[in-house]
Design a protein around this ligand. Structure first.
Ligand SMILES: C[S@@+](CC[C@H](N)C(=O)[O-])C[C@H]1O[C@@H](n2cnc3c(N)ncnc32)[C@H](O)[C@@H]1O
Length: 476
């Protein structure tokens, strides 16, 4: 069993939106820190580390003042760089994101004490270490200590973490051909299983998935090009959707998950529906930036871009006549998003949705062989919805279902590098990927591209039809 202390800390990290996981925070490596921000960071660390703390907060292995300072520093850097990453698509810190992280860390310390912050930080580091040793079965002592394979962003040595883990019975050292090897003990293996259970129970696993999904969208500056190559008929399907939604011109329109504006400006939504006002909502500033340029080129009037998510819409009740969401609802929590959409529509207003129902690639022998190293797709959870999902959540939110139509679209996986990027970035295999150490993810990406090239050279079938659903709803 995980300890109640670990659980309280994970919950507090969630409550204050903090992360202590630079692999997530700056998934491309070490966050770049502007020298002018170093002063802010150091003074925040010096001040927060003066708070009282029980030196035995991590168990029988006393924690030093230097470790407290390192922990605070890493939580601040990770949280601030993750925030900057979501806002700008880059993990380089800004003064605003650093100040925000300092504010949230102070709130957590006020609420739960400095000890809680350290338990959350220590626990994350421990879980990363356990995950890595488990993955490689044995790890050379020098690799563990340098963090080369699992925490390459850490600038200090992990000697202390190894010593503490040995003293607490998580690891043992065994002789190997070129020096000592670190291996998990039964107790260490149990601790890793407990950590996974704790992530599940607290919802941290889900948050971790969702945060990294947003981060991936923030990073997809070439999304237009990628989707056009992988989904060659998607633009036509968007045009069909614009006709399907039957929204009259001159209304107050909300588009949820407007992304780079491919529906809005490239597929004629704006020109065809001529709304009296159009609000484009999306969590990704990078994609929104692309949409803003398209709006300028189209000289679009009365369009506003709002950063936000469907689960909590930043608009008053009944502020729109109609709303639509193309290829978005599959990424949302429908139990929250549909009641929110209901709330912001006026009575009589309609909502049109398009979602993918399945990824046929996952059922094809060649594709299964290709992606075999990933094994477990999170099938049905993040990337597709079941055929009844939207209608059921919509009815529960109070909507009347006006129409449900089955559609299809083509998928083209003939470019291995792109396909692997899409498969890994769109979180289809997130359950597997999130239990891999950093270097193993990179190796897997390269291995998968090689497997794809091989299968294609053998003439494997890599073009499919994928089922989609269009659905029209009305607020009575
Ligand atoms: C596949 S893209 C579709 C974009 C656009 N509708 C189109 O037709 O190209 C999915 C979009 O959903 C956005 N998204 C992801 N999670 C979301 C959420 N919880 N609420 C609203 N939008 C979200 C992403 O940022 C991304 O722009």
């Amino acid at each position: 069993m995980y300890t109640p202390e670990a659980e309280k800390s994970v919950r507090l990290f969630l409550k204050y939106g903090l992360v202590s996981d630079p692999w997530q925070a700056a998934s491309r490596g070490q966050p770049t820190l502007d020298p002018s921000l170093e002063a802010t960071l150091s003074s925040a660390v010096a001040e927060i580390s003066k708070e009282p703390i029980d030196r035995l907060v991590l168990g029988s292995w006393p924690i030093t003042q230097a470790q407290v300072e390192t922990g605070i520093r890493e939580v601040l850097l990770s949280s601030a760089s993750f925030d900057a990453y979501l806002a700008t698509g880059r993990a380089s810190l800004t003064a605003a994101s650093l100040n925000e992280a300092v504010r949230r860390v102070r709130l957590l310390v006020r609420d739960g004490g400095l000890g809680r912050l350290m338990v959350g930080y220590g626990y994350t580091a421990l879980v990363e270490n356990l995950m890595a040793v488990r993955h490689y079965r044995t790890m050379r002592e020098e690799d563990f200590v340098s963090g080369r394979l699992h925490r390459p962003w850490v600038t200090r040595t992990l000697e202390y973490e190894l010593a503490a883990g040995m003293a607490l019975g998580h690891y043992e050292l065994i002789p190997g051909p070129e020096g000592r090897l670190v291996k998990l003990t039964r107790r260490g293996a149990q601790l890793w299983r407990d950590a996974q259970e704790l992530w599940r129970v607290t919802g941290y696993a889900d948050t971790r998935h969702r945060l990294s999904m947003m981060a991936e969208f923030a990073n997809l500056a070439d999304l237009d090009e990628l989707t056009n190559l992988i989904l060659p008929d998607f633009m036509d399907l968007r045009r069909t959707f614009v006709e399907y939604c039957r929204i009259p011109s001159g209304t107050r329109l909300l588009e949820v998950g407007s992304g780079s504006g491919m529906l809005t400006f490239d597929s004629g939504l704006y020109e065809t529906l001529m709304p009296s006002s159009l609000t484009c909502l999306d969590p990704s500033p990078v994609l929104t930036g692309l949409a803003v340029k398209k709006a300028e080129r189209a000289r679009a009037q009365d369009v506003r871009f709002v950063r936000g998510v469907a689960e909590s819409l930043p608009f008053p009740a009944e502020s729109f006549d109609h709303a639509l969401a193309f290829a978005v609802m599959q990424y949302t929590d429908r139990g929250q998003a549909l009641p929110e959409l209901y709330r912001v529509l006026r009575p009589g207003g309609s909502l049109a949705i398009s979602v993918p129902l399945d990824l046929p690639a996952l059922h094809q022998a060649a594709m299964q062989r290709w992606f075999k190293p990933l094994q477990r797709p999170s099938y049905g959870s993040y990337v597709f919805v079941s055929p009844t999902d939207i209608a059921e959540h919509a009815a529960a939110a109070g909507f009347r279902v006006l129409d449900v139509s089955d559609m299809t679209t083509s998928l083209d996986y003939s470019r291995p590098e792109l396909t692997v990027r899409i498969m890994m970035q769109f979180q289809i295999y997130q359950d597997t990927l999130s239990s891999l150490p950093y270097q193993a993810r990179l190796d897997l990406r390269d291995d998968l591209a090689g497997r794809g090239r091989y299968l294609l050279s053998r003439g494997a079938k890599v073009r499919f039809q994928a089922p989609m659903q269009f659905i029209r709803l009305q607020k009575p």
